[in-house]
Design a protein around this ligand. Structure first.
Ligand SMILES: Nc1nc2c(ncn2[C@@H]2O[C@H](COP(=O)(O)OP(=O)(O)OP(=O)(O)O)[C@@H](O)[C@H]2O)c(=O)[nH]1
Ligand SMILES: [Mg+2]
Ligand SMILES: [Zn+2]
Length: 306
């Protein structure tokens, strides 16, 4: 029979079958079709089970992963999702637009629709610099929801947006991923944790990804909580392909005078640089593009982007 993976660690997973939860190890420890990943299964996977063991993996519609430096392989955060949400904050922890760019890059690699949730709007007034970036993310095609999990602001339109979808919540520790899910699913009661006051960042309260039923919002609605990520290293791609995974860059790829060989740094007739000067590509997005491409060119070097 088929079962949905809710959560689990290396070899034992909690599955949902007909509304009941069971714990199952993987038969023989190695599952076909999971090659190349740091972890075999993720919340959202569909598996074949006999009620005692996990026997097989259904082909995935998509995966949302991050590059695991220690294992030098992609680590699954979720599978078979409709939406990837990047949770960010104006303060506590501080606003990190580079994280957002790297998240959006990963979402494009995954082929998953992405949106931003700007949480903790109760904590400070509007910051024009942040507002400018949020509006730009919206302009290039990513919906932005400004909310407060604590005070309930903006939660109604977020609920409507998530209805009927399976959404994975991704972000740094302390941005309020678990708090948002608690607000969306009354009675869920996931553990949340105060920030470290000295460093103004989270304490990595959530330690395991977890899929939850949010059918209170509408039929077939699921949310996936994930552990906080300090630095999101996207899955590896060829440096020349980076341009294809940035929404507003992709249509300009290969249009430069030097075609495929343009580095988009100094060449005359470079459509990317022209778009930056014309304001069609935001300067910060261009900077992120260069950094991500550099990162993909070097095997093990991961500059600190915090
Ligand atoms: N002021 C304010 N605080 C919030 C809001 N949302 C969450 N918090 C607080 O932020 C802290 C961190 O929240 P969590 O939900 O644990 O954050 P998380 O993203 O799940 O963190 P990890 O599990 O460590 O990745 C807690 O003290 C929450 O009460 C909000 O909208 N406003
Ligand atoms: Mg959490
Ligand atoms: Zn160019």
């Amino acid at each position: 029979m088929k079962a949905l993976v809710l959560r689990g660690s290396r070899n034992v997973f909690t599955l949902r079958i007909d509304g009941a939860e069971i714990e199952c190890p993987i038969k023989g420890k190695i599952l076909k079709g999971v090659d190349g990943y740091y972890n075999p299964l993720a919340p959202g996977d569909i598996v074949e089970t006999n009620g005692k063991l996990i026997l097989g993996l259904e082909e995935r519609r998509n995966t949302f992963a991050r590059f695991n430096q220690k294992g030098q392989s992609p680590q699954l955060l979720a599978a078979n999702v409709d939406l990837a949400l990047c949770i960010t904050t104006p303060v506590s922890p501080p606003w990190r637009p580079r994280f957002v760019d790297r998240f959006l890059f990963q979402a494009e690699i995954s082929g998953v629709n992405a949106a931003l949730i700007f949480n903790k709007i109760d904590l400070n007034g509007e910051d024009p610099d942040i507002e400018e970036r949020l509006e730009d993310f919206c302009r290039i095609g990513y919906p932005v929801y400004r909310v407060s999990a604590l005070k309930g602001q903006g939660m109604e339109s977020l609920c409507a947006f998530l209805k009927g979808k399976t959404s994975v919540f991704v972000g740094q520790s302390g941005v309020g991923k678990s708090s948002l899910i608690n607000a969306l699913i009354p009675g869920q009661g996931i553990r949340t944790g105060a920030l470290n006051e000295k460093y103004d960042r989270g304490n990595h309260t959530t330690t395991q990804g977890m899929l939850m039923d949010a059918s209170g919002l509408g039929p077939s609605t699921f949310v996936i909580d994930t552990p906080g990520i300090r630095r999101l290293a996207p899955e590896r791609t060829a440096p020349a392909d980076v341009i294809h995974y940035m929404k507003e860059f992709a249509p300009l790829a290969h249009k430069c005078s030097f075609g495929f060989s343009c580095t988009h740094k100094t060449e005359p007739g470079c459509k990317i640089m022209e778009a930056v000067h014309a304001g069609v590509i935001h300067e910060d997005r261009y900077e992120s593009f260069l950094r991500i491409r550099d990162e993909m060119s070097s095997l093990e070097q991961y500059p600190d982007y915090d």
